[in-house]
Design a protein around this ligand. Structure first.
Ligand SMILES: Nc1nc(=O)c2c([nH]1)NC[C@@H]1CN(c3ccc(C(=O)N[C@@H](CCC(=O)O)C(=O)O)cc3)C=[N+]21
Length: 307
């Protein structure tokens, strides 16, 4: 069998996230020793979507392991918007809670943006509040959405200075695509945001030095869409039937990204895998934002968490 002509380096998000969590844990311990302050995160989940339950449990365990307070509020699927808003008001007023995360998606009878915008922006560790979106857009300090924040950390660790590089972001969501565009603009990239109406997406993607895939379509981005030597950030987490037909018939699944990893690896210089790439960075950045929010609540300058 012919050996592949080139092979991308895998960007090990899981290892980078582990290092970041260690630095956060150390910084949080120092904050407790110096100021008697323990960062506290409240996670609110409405309903019992199994994937959301796993993610929320995971997050609670990580928060506690980092020496922070973790409260999980599990509400029934039928919870009213008024009850959810009342809980958020009480968490906003709780001085022991520095971060509030309302797990998405919310049930259809609840207006998600009304709920997100009810969170105190200074406790909005997801960075989804309209005030934090505005702060990011104009370059003011605020809280930055975790997935884009973690993705840019990986890019800077891999490439160093990003200035002048052409970044193509596929996906224009408020939680990934748009904030990712703002962060990469702040790094002086030339940024193009593509979406479902973009014409000739493969040709556009081939102009990208940095390609960010955040569309939620399994393996949509193929090897021949990629510029040789590009760096690929795959934000997608898609559950698909197992590659093994026997296991698939038993209902077993696997997780794949928005990028066809094996094909893309033949062309790109660097690529984040799924799993083990951006996902672990999202959780690490949630802890980082909780630490940052706790420091700011007390007027303390957060320690640098850079590698
Ligand atoms: N308010 C809110 N904030 C969120 O940040 C948020 C949310 N709602 N709703 C759900 C999504 C999903 N999400 C993930 C984060 C990390 C992994 C992760 O670490 N995944 C691992 C394991 C993947 C697997 O095997 O399932 C990996 O990529 O390596 C996955 C999913 C955060 N979300």
């Amino acid at each position: 069998m012919a050996s592949p002509s080139a092979h991308a380096a895998i960007i090990d998000g899981k290892a980078f996230a582990a290092g970041l969590v260690t630095r956060i844990t150390t910084a949080a311990a120092r904050l407790r020793a110096s100021h008697g302050l323990t960062p506290g995160l409240a996670v609110v989940i409405v309903g019992d979507d199994p994937a959301s339950q796993i993610y929320v449990r995971n997050k609670g365990e990580r928060t506690s392991a980092a020496g922070m307070r973790s409260d999980t509020h599990r509400l029934e699927e039928t919870t009213t918007q008024a009850d959810l808003l009342a809980l958020i008001a009480s968490l906003n007023a709780d001085s022991g809670i520095h971060g509030i995360l309302v797990q998405l998606p919310l049930p259809p009878h609840i207006d998600a943006s009304a709920v997100l915008d009810a969170i105190d922006p200074d406790k909005d560790v997801d960075g989804f509040h309209v005030v934090n979106a505005g702060r990011l857009a104009v370059g003011l300090p605020g809280l930055v959405p975790c997935t884009p924040l973690g993705s840019v950390m990986l890019l800077k660790d891999t490439l160093g200075d990003l200035s002048g590089l052409h970044a193509v972001i596929v996906g224009r969501s408020n939680i990934v695509g748009k904030p990712m565009a703002q962060l990469l603009l702040a790094e002086s990239c030339t940024v193009t945001v593509a979406h479902s109406r973009t014409r000739d997406l493969p040709t556009l993607c081939r102009t990208a030095d940095i390609l960010v895939a955040a569309v939620g379509r399994p393996e949509m981005i193929r090897g021949d869409w990629i510029k040789p030597g590009a760096t690929i950030i795959d934000v997608g987490i898609n559950r698909v039937p197992s590659a093994d037909p026997v296991k698939a018939a038993e209902g077993r699944t696997r997780v794949v990204g928005d990028v066809a990893l094996a094909e893309a690896s033949e062309v790109a210089a660097h690529i984040t895998p799924v799993p083990g790439g951006v996902g672990p960075m999202t959780i690490a950045c949630l802890l980082a934002n909780t630490y940052t929010a706790a420091c700011r609540s007390a007027g303390i300058e957060p320690e640098t968490l850079d590698a």
